[in-house]
Design a protein around this ligand. Structure first.
Ligand SMILES: [Zn+2]
Length: 192
């Protein structure tokens, strides 16, 4: 299963892609983009809080219904359906990435469809390697470094594109607003 860094990158990428444009009045666009990204990244890492409870890991917090609850809560808190969708999407990337990841300890997979079923799901050909957390021999370190490098190769470009496109959203919103104002001014201008 991917590392916390992989989860943070995947969630930020999805959050940026789904979030509404930054307000056109945003001055510090890069800072505002990063701030949103940090929130999405935190949501993407949140499902692993179940590591704190013995025997519960990869259970209900890893389900799509937990992502739905996170999205609804975010929509209610921010009063924005699109921010809610972005938050829910960011959370759901955890489910997807863990499903796509190899798992070395039983029960293999995640409870993706809880509460409909308590079955564990995992893709048949994992895209991401599992991290070896016990018995950290030099071989295990080598394996983990390779696993994280693979995650970064896949997820850094996605997060990079998401951040770039999102940071441009404030500029685009400002241009659209200016164009609209110019059009209105033209219409309002008296003839002659
Ligand atoms: Zn997880």
């Amino acid at each position: 299963m991917p590392s916390p860094l992989g989860h943070a990158l995947g969630a930020a990428a999805a959050g940026w892609a789904l979030a509404p444009p930054l307000p056109s009045a945003t001055r510090q666009v890069v800072a505002a983009t990063l701030r949103r990204g940090l929130w999405f990244a935190a949501l993407g890492m949140l499902p692993d809080v179940d590591l704190l409870v013995a025997g519960l890991h990869r259970g209900p917090t890893h389900s799509l219904s937990a992502a739905l609850i996170a999205g609804l809560a975010a929509a209610a808190l921010t009063r924005s359906a699109r921010l809610g969708a972005a938050a829910g999407g960011a959370y759901a990337t955890h489910t997807v990435l863990d499903w796509l990841g190899a798992d070395s300890s039983p029960p293999v997979g995640i409870m993706a469809l809880w509460p409909l079923t308590s079955d564990y799901y995992q893709v048949s050909k994992p895209v991401f390697e599992s991290l070896w957390r016990h018995n950290l021999t030099p071989d295990a370190w080598f394996h983990n470094i390779k696993a994280v490098a693979r995650e970064l190769m896949i997820l850094v470009p996605l997060a990079w594109v998401g951040a770039l496109r999102h940071s441009r959203s404030a500029k685009n919103a400002k241009n659209a607003k200016n164009a609209k104002n110019a059009r209105n001014a033209k219409i309002a201008k008296p003839k002659g």
